[in-house]
Design a protein around this ligand. Sequence first.
Ligand code: NAP
Length: 434
Amino acid sequence: MRHVAVIGSGPAGYYSAEALQKLYGDEVRIDMIDRMPVPYGLIRFGVAPDHQSIKAVSRRYEKVALSDNVRFVGNVLVGRDVSIPELVDLYDAVILATGAPDDRMLDIPGGDLPGVVGSAAFVGWYNGHPEFAGLDPPLDVAVAAVIGNGNVALDVARILAKTPAEFAGSDIVGHAFSALGGSAIRAIHLLGRRGPHQIAMTPKELGELGHLEDAVPLVDPADFPPLLDDSLLEPGQRKSVTHLRDFANLAPGKAKSIVFDFFARPVAIEGEGKVERLIVERTRLDDKGGAAGTGETYQIDCGLVVSCIGYKTPPIEGVAYEEDRGRFANSGGVIGGGLYCVGWARRGPTGTIGTNRPDGYEVADRIAADLGASGGRKVGGPGLDGLLESRGADVVTFRDWQRIEAAEAARAREGSPREKFVAIEEMLGARGRE
Ligand code: NAP
């Protein structure tokens, strides 16, 4: 028997569990430890609430979770309830699948003014993450600036632009649904420090902006390189750029505008006690494709700035960490000393949900190579249970989660799959007891 602990129950964690099951069948026991009383990490707290088809991947993880040899050990914080050295003593392998939930900071003057929020906080707010439920972003303003040209910036701009009716079928939390319904925002500036050819947005997601009920995407035709240059792009990127070229033919005419500010690098945020304006330097591409400042600046009068410039994995004491890349130091997912990492904790915050799958399969192979044919020697789950019990931890099981989920479904708005609990106490309370 091999005993494996997976820390984090998001996509990277579940693909690792799936891969270990495929490799070892009944000869493995997997404990998925999560600091939240609810599983699925990024699927619940990161994927946009109006992208239910992406969130549906959790049904695949549920199949893994319901197997006899996989346990969900929720509401357990590594570092508080159990330490990494203790887990390494108890399990034959410990996989860090902790994702990258922390914002990369926008390091410019005024970046700490009220009204500047990071995407982890903003996305967590509309997705019901307990840490960000109280964010209360200023929506009583006419203009918002969203910094970054990746898919997260797109999610944020789209959520700010949608009408209440467009959230039908989503699982946006009640507090965000009401606040966005009363929003005064009429212009959303989407700032990229480079040009249309350098966006990190994917075509399907970008195309959605062209079909919003009450908002129109606007692009300045002068920002494009010659049309012929599009043929040099890889097909996905070419499709995205084609969407942008289509947007450049649109004119204002709906209640809200999503304005693409290309070649625009934020240099300062100003205001009396809160955000009032964003100072932006115009850029051009340098010969390596990077953004070079031109010294010319302009300002965007705005009351909300959402910075969507990427994430980092929180370091764990005693585990080697690469500060510049915001991830654990590892070689092909191996950290060493019985520790492994997968997903964003391994690669940094890039790639879609599916990108985590090969990570999971690779780490399973690495573990198998390290353990060899003899199998494991550690005690695994019973040892963890003893430790957690002695520390009075209130562990949430997968069965408990199913009760929480049923309670969320029971109080859902019409047409919505659930109304999420946002406080940990509410989640724990919803477990009920048979
Ligand atoms: P991302 O794709 O890496 O995009 C980050 C953006 O921030 C880039 O445009 C980058 O510009 C810009 N940026 C970085 N530092 C900056 C700075 N100091 N000032 C101004 N701009 C800066 O990251 P993400 O949007 O957080 O997404 C993370 C991953 O999740 C991506 O792989 C994404 O595709 C995925 N995701 C997918 C979906 C979906 O499929 N629906 C939804 C959300 C997220 P440069 O290119 O110039 O560095």
